[in-house]
Design a protein around this ligand. Structure first.
Ligand code: MUC
Ligand code: MG
Length: 373
């Protein structure tokens, strides 16, 4: 008898951040995650996670909405189904559900974790096999204060936690942002890579001025300078500057990337399991990117350890990640709900060992941070 899916629980969890995290659209003091626990008839459990930034400030799915989607729509379809053919289950969900990629990502992750545990293999094996066991990870400086950001970065460089940094800008006038970024780059020096993420805050002419000044300041990469739907602006900017652009909000899945590439975009793409609808779907973008000569980057929506581990299993299957990864989400949070946190060392993170995601829930911590309604 093949194992069937017996129960699915979607749990809202709120963990404070170690400091305010300031983006162009919101400042975070807490991270809210939806943790999925999927049990099968053999007693195995698969874990998944869906996480976004600032409720509805970043994207169209909120943590509360993800829980509702899973509880009301996805769970009733999946209960009682054979758990072992993930593609069949994905086809079923695709037929009944549009959008809702965060919820789908949590479900795909839980199915992969369950399958990995059943087969006693890591999730990366289910995705074709890891070609790396250690991945580079940058850190985001976003305290909102230049001196505090510099002190934070110098400490992380000194302890070999990170040697690349992303600065969140776009909330302040351009002149102030450029001054802030240039001061940090000057303090960190040539050996350290400094990039910026504008999170869509600029119009095209502000972006053109900003990119010229950031190029002169020695910045390596500019992420999503213009609004997500303005593909034409992203294409024009990418052709105007040598400073590369990283497309983030503009590209959720392989189809978005195909359209951007076909329009003439030259640059790189931030893959995210949440945007794409799961680790396997996120990897579909890598195929399009490789065909179009677009660089790859392992992105995050600031997931906790479960979502971060799922993404790492996916990114580890890629030979080249031109811009590394930003899978530091668990370290932005004050605490962890897993018993075996990821190992961050040597400017990167180790791929967790399986079976499955290689992550074990800490029941006491989950009870502590679980949202009480
Ligand atoms: C984003 O837009 O890239 C990733 C790192 C970070 O600090 O924010 C996220 C979202
Ligand atoms: Mg971004």
């Amino acid at each position: 008898m093949p194992a069937t899916i017996e129960s699915i629980e979607a749990i809202l969890v709120d963990v404070p951040t170690i400091r305010p995290h300031q983006l162009s659209m919101t400042t975070m003091g807490v991270q809210s995650m939806v943790i999925v626990r999927m049990k099968d008839s053999d007693g195995l459990e698969g874990l998944g996670e869906a996480t976004t930034i600032g409720g509805l400030a970043y994207g169209p799915e909120s943590p509360e909405g993800v829980k509702l989607t899973i509880d009301t729509y996805l769970k009733p379809q999946l209960i009682g189904q054979p758990a072992e053919n993930i593609n069949t289950l994905k086809v079923m969900v695709d037929r009944s559900t549009r959008g809702n990629n965060l919820a789908r990502s949590a479900i795909e992750t839980a199915l992969l974790d369950l399958q990995g545990k059943r087969l006693n293999r890591p999730v990366s094996d289910l995705l074709g096999g890891a070609v790396h066991t250690h991945l580079p990870v940058l850190w985001t400086l976003a305290s909102g204060d230049t001196d505090r950001d510099i002190a934070e970065a110098l400490d992380l460089v000194e302890t070999r936690r990170h040697n690349a940094f992303k600065l969140k800008i776009g909330a302040r006038p351009l002149r102030d942002d450029v001054r802030h970024v240039a001061a940090i780059k000057a303090a960190l020096g040539e050996q350290v890579s400094v990039r910026v993420d504008v999170n869509q805050a600029w119009d095209e002419s502000t972006a053109a001025r900003g990119m010229a000044e950031l190029q002169a300041a020695g910045i390596d990469l500019v992420e999503q300078p213009t609004p997500m739907k303005d593909h034409a602006a992203l294409v024009r900017l990418s052709r105007k500057f040598h400073l590369p652009i990283l497309a983030d909000e503009a590209v959720a899945d392989a189809k978005d990337l195909y359209h951007l590439a076909a329009a003439g975009f030259a640059g790189a793409v931030a893959m995210k399991i949440a945007k794409a609808g799961g680790p396997a779907r996120a990897l579909e973008q890598a195929t399009v990117a490789r065909a179009a000569g677009i660089g790859l980057y392992g992105g995050t929506l600031l997931e906790g350890t479960i979502g971060t581990a799922a993404a790492l299993h996916a990114w580890a299957t890629l030979d080249t990640l031109h811009w590394g990864t930003e899978m530091f989400g668990p370290r932005l949070m004050k605490d962890d709900i897993v018993a075996n946190p990821l190992t961050f060392r040597d400017n990167g993170v180790d791929l967790p060992r399986g079976p499955g995601l290689g992550v074990v829930i800490d029941e006491d911590k989950l009870a502590e941070y679980r949202r009480r309604t």
